[in-house]
Design a protein around this ligand. Structure first.
Ligand code: NAX
Length: 331
């Protein structure tokens, strides 16, 4: 057991995802039941947001969590990222009606230049950053490129919610428990172009297509359901997914900080080293393994023509996004 608390910064801490996430971290779900934490809650310098944040702090206090050793609530990036071991970048401006993707990238991109710089300046020597705020791959790319002196391998973008959604869909279709599904990689961008790779996923020890013989369902319904799940939740709830997103943040950090089960892998957007022919430097979701400290891209996962075409489409979208924010990436 380590007695040194882990410092975790969460931006957008008064938002929907923050409201689920903070309580999971403070209860020990992210770093285990013996690891104390200190939460750094970051919001915009707006009266309403800061007041809501105070309310969240009061509720955290009222849980009397044994592992929560302190909270810092601030709108200052320097104070918020001071000494943090993890920076969970959740806060972003949502896309509004009439807003083009380029506009959103421009507005949110500016947030992530400043946050990348502040993390590099203030974070602990082992700081790692997970971007959740959308478009999360390209926001992570911006943060990584503006965090001078920090290894780009410490920047991630969340695709775990897509992986969890895909696993549940496959388990339901096959009539098995969700724990029977493994090796489910999400490739590419956290967007409607992502590719949930059912060819390499397994149900027990068997490849998914051997168990679910319904090829058309896999090619069409399955992929579309996973890609459109966020929109379906907005339609049903009137609000975007929050508790399941917070759960995916917990899963991502746990996956990166605990050894991956032998033979399995998980999905997260990482700095591409050119693996699988993907453009170097993009933040691209791959099948990843961790030894608990370091992570690696799983090599030699077989890809067929169908998968290749899907992966190229999502790569192309990320290249376009990168081109749109070129002015935010220092040379
Ligand atoms: P909310 O609008 O409920 O909360 C966002 C919070 O961020 C607000 O309190 C706002 O004041 C704050 N904020 C905005 N700019 C900030 C800044 N520069 N610094 C600090 N705080 C800032 O959104 P919520 O539902 O919590 O979603 C947050 C983000 O997660 C959105 O960008 C959303 O698109 C994204 N998502 C990403 C997912 C993923 O799988 N990667 C899934 C869920 C979610 O859609």
């Amino acid at each position: 057991m380590s007695n040194n608390p882990i410092r975790v910064a969460v931006t957008g801490a008064a938002g929907q995802i923050g409201y689920s996430l903070l309580f999971r971290i403070a209860s020990g779900a992210m770093f285990g039941p013996n690891q104390p934490v200190i939460l750094h809650l970051i919001e915009i310098p707006d009266e309403k947001a800061m007041s809501a944040l105070q309310g969240v702090v009061m509720e955290l206090d009222d849980c009397a969590f044994p592992l929560l050793k302190g909270t810092v609530a601030t709108s200052s990036l320097d104070e918020g990222f001071k000494g943090v071991n993890w920076a969970l970048l959740v806060g972003a401006v949502p896309r509004k009606q009439g807003m083009e993707r380029k506009d959103l990238l421009g507005i949110n991109g500016k947030i992530f230049t400043g946050q990348g710089q502040a993390i590099a300046k203030n974070g602990a020597s082992d700081v790692r950053t997970l971007v959740v705020g959308n478009p999360c791959n390209t926001n992570s790319l911006i943060a990584a490129n503006n965090a001078r002196g920090l290894d780009k391998n410490r920047f991630f973008a969340m695709t775990m919610l897509d992986e969890n959604r895909a696993k549940t869909q496959l388990a339901r279709k096959a009539g098995v428990d969700v724990t029977a599904i493994s090796n489910l990689a999400i490739w590419g961008n956290h967007s409607a172009t992502m590719f949930p790779d059912y060819f390499n996923a397994r149900i027990g020890t068997r490849p998914v297509p051997d168990v679910i013989g319904h090829r058309e369902w896999l090619e069409k319904d399955f992929i579309t359901t996973v890609q459109q799940r966020g929109a379906a939740i907005i339609k049903a709830r009137g609000l975007s997914s929050a508790a399941s997103a917070a759960n995916a943040v917990v899963d991502t950090v746990r996956n990166l900080t605990t050894p991956t089960r032998t033979g399995d892998w998980f999905s997260v957007g990482v700095h591409s080293d050119g693996s699988y022919g993907i453009e170097k430097g993009l933040i691209f979701s791959y099948p990843i393994r961790s030894d608990g400290k370091n992570w690696e891209i799983v090599k030699d996962v077989p890809l067929n023509e169908f998968s290749r075409a899907k992966i190229t489409a999502t790569e192309n979208e990320l290249k376009e996004e990168k081109a749109m924010v070129a002015d935010l990436l220092p040379k």
